[in-house]
Design a protein around this ligand. Structure first.
Ligand code: NAD
Ligand code: IPM
Ligand code: MN
Length: 348
């Protein structure tokens, strides 16, 4: 029978609380199948840093790389914690994993499920996927500052956009649109970011010629935020750079019932490295340790993980259990009560 080696990184704050429930769901849905999940737990994040001074060692990275997939909660301490000033867990651990494991597709689906507490009065059908580039843009760490702390300080953070990097993620987005509703929206800011905007636009046009069935649209990122609120049903697949995609997907989470429902996959489509699945949200220091976090985003990330591994029935069962729970959930409830409710739906 098949064995899947899964690296589990609970991380910090509510990351640990939601991953505990996601693991229960994974265990339950795979209990009677013929795929065995062999889990390795990695202690990483702000907690580990405060204990040992490590963010992600070469040994950690090598060990994680030897797995088939990764389930991550969230990392990061309380913004502004002076003990973490020099650590930069986000860059040193989370982004390092995304870059080293070549997660060039950051897949972030947004769907307004029946009964979800969305904030929009008449949302229509919301069902789109943001294909966020995951290895380039302003995230690469190509920057620096001179005359630091003086009135003449200059701080730069250069956005890196390569033809290779854009083309591969754009191709993925077109293929995805072709399996969905054949609509692709490029989001950028070509009126101001003329160089990076032009290369994104040109590559989208080139790849579009190979996908005559896909209708291509373009929006500046500021206008995209308007339409995500006023007319979200216009979107099918959105392709965009790393930073715009980060911002748009928190907004997308909010319009589809809250960040506690938003799942994501950091995908290496080539299969050279393990893909990593995680909720879009962070470690939420404001509610950490109180069992208040909604584990749904982490559980839906398990559905994405199962689907990625080709375990389509299991993925669909998790998805259906979550949808049934959202349609009929009692609030307030604790993180583990939410896990109980979803597991009960799984077995129903
Ligand atoms: P956050 O997503 O952690 O929290 C934003 C708000 O959403 C908070 O009010 C929080 O309580 C709420 N929230 C988030 N997830 C929730 C859930 N599952 N259920 C209920 N409410 C939820 O964002 P932040 O406050 O900007 O960041 C906190 C820390 O997390 C920072 O250190 C940040 O860098 C880090 N972070 C990590 C990741 C990641 O590991 N992938 C993602 C985002 C932020
Ligand atoms: C996310 C987070 C990360 C990002 C941070 C914590 C580096 O906000 O996963 O959306 O910006 O990608
Ligand atoms: Mn984010």
């Amino acid at each position: 029978s098949r064995v899947v080696k899964l690296a589990v990184i609970p991380g910090d704050g509510i990351g640990r609380e939601v991953v505990a429930q996601a693991e229960r769901v994974l265990d339950a849905v795979t209990a009677d199948g013929d795929v065995a999940f062999e889990k390795t737990r990695f202690s990483l994040g702000a907690g580990r840093y405060l204990e040992t001074g490590d963010t992600l060692t070469d040994d950690d990275l090598a060990a994680i790389r030897s797995h088939d997939a990764i389930l991550l909660g969230a990392v990061g301490g309380t913004p502004g914690d002076p003990r973490l000033k020099d650590a930069n867990i986000e860059r040193g651990m989370l982004l390092k994993l995304r870059f080293e494991l070549d997660h060039y597709v950051n897949l972030r689906p947004s769907k307004l499920f029946a009964g979800a507490p969305g904030p929009l009065a008449s949302p229509g059908e919301i069902d789109f996927v943001v294909v966020r580039e995951g290895t380039e843009g302003p995230y690469v760490g190509n920057g620096g500052s001179i005359r630091k702390g003086t009135p003449h300080e200059i701080a730069n953070e250069t956005s890196v956009n390569t033809a290779f990097g854009i083309e591969r993620v754009v191709r993925y987005a077109f293929e995805l649109a072709g399996r969905r509703r054949n609509k692709l929206t490029l989001v950028h800011k070509t009126n101001v970011l003329v160089h990076s905007g032009a290369i994104w636009q040109r590559i989208v046009e080139q790849v579009a010629s190979e996908h005559p069935d896909v209708v291509v649209d373009y929006l500046h990122v500021d206008a995209a935020t308007i339409f995500l609120v006023t007319d979200p049903s216009r979107f099918d697949v959105i392709v965009t750079d790393n930073l715009f995609g980060d911002i748009l997907t928190d907004l997308a989470g909010a319009v589809t019932g809250g960040i506690g429902l938003a799942a994501s996959g950091n995908i290496n489509p080539d299969g050279t490295f393990p893909s990593m699945f995680e909720p879009v949200h962070g470690s939420a220091p404001d509610i950490a340790g109180q069992e208040k976090a909604d584990p749904t985003a982490a559980i839906l990330s398990v559905a994405l993980l199962l689907d990625h591994l080709g375990l389509r029935d299991e993925a669909a069962r998790v998805q259906r259990a979550v949808e049934a729970d959202i349609a009929d959930r009692s609030t307030p409830r604790s993180t583990s009560e939410a896990g109980d409710a979803i597991i009960a739906r799984l077995q129903a």
